[in-house]
Design a protein around this ligand. Structure first.
Ligand SMILES: C[S@@+](CC[C@H](N)C(=O)[O-])C[C@H]1O[C@@H](n2cnc3c(N)ncnc32)[C@H](O)[C@@H]1O
Length: 213
């Protein structure tokens, strides 16, 4: 869900850095061929990820939830020359479309795809990161945070997607489902964690930035 009107969303899109042509094609192919295309980050959120990454110039990035690779390519834009982005997804059917666009992007050698359950992969992933983008199953958000908080480099950033969950996080508790309850706990946990400074932004479905102090 977008929290602002369609017209204002269009205005923001028109007055923000243009979507690179390769990403426009990936977005179009995702909508034409892949299930649940609304999961893709898309133009404005993608430019936000790109900007944060360019400001940070990371040498290592972790993405939990690759989907068709749109967010991966946006985050990869800021990587240092030898930098690497590790991206995890359990759906191996997505590898074909990811590979097609990763090849065309010029960033193929900077991207490592890890296929399988993210919790299992993370436990064995002996790396530390400058940026982590959490964008997979909401049920595991708290577990992801606990694991990646220990794998962040100094001044590292965790970006979490869907934290406003179509506005359900402020609905009366009787309407809450499991995912909503977890996101409410997640947002509180991050804000109360003294190791981090967290800010929630109303971009698309809610995006939070947590900076390791
Ligand atoms: C919202 S999409 C990711 C969108 C992508 N980050 C982007 O910017 O366009 C979520 C993805 O997480 C994957 N996923 C969900 N639960 C997972 C899990 N437990 N382990 C690994 N991948 C998972 C799904 O297969 C799906 O492709």
């Amino acid at each position: 869900m977008d929290f602002i009107s369609e017209k204002l969303t269009e205005y923001i899109s028109e007055n923000s850095n243009k979507e690179p042509e390769i990403l426009a094609r990936l977005n179009q192919e995702t909508y034409q061929k892949i299930l649940k295309p609304r999961m893709i980050s898309g133009h404005v959120q993608g430019r936000f990820l790109s900007t944060i990454s360019k400001m940070k110039s990371p040498s290592t990035i972790l993405e939990i939830g690759t989907y068709t690779g749109y967010g991966t390519l946006c985050l990869a834009e800021g990587l240092l020359n030898e930098g690497m982005i590790f991206t995890i997804d359990r759906n191996e059917e997505l590898l074909k479309i990811q590979n097609k666009y990763f090849e065309q992007s010029g960033k193929r050698d900077n991207i490592i795809q890890l296929t399988g359950n993210a919790i299992e992969i993370l436990k064995d992933l002996d790396k530390t990161f400058d940026i982590v983008f959490i964008d997979a199953d909401k049920e595991n958000y708290i577990e992801y945070f606990k694991i990646v908080a220990e794998k962040l480099n100094k001044n590292g950033i965790i970006i979490s997607d869907n934290v406003l969950w179509s506005g359900k996080v402020i609905e009366s508790t009787s309407k809450h489902d499991e995912e909503t309850n977890i996101l409410i706990k997640y947002n509180r946990l991050l804000n109360e964690d003294k190791r981090f400074e967290t800010i929630i932004l109303p971009i698309r479905d809610g995006l939070s930035l947590s900076r390791l102090i």
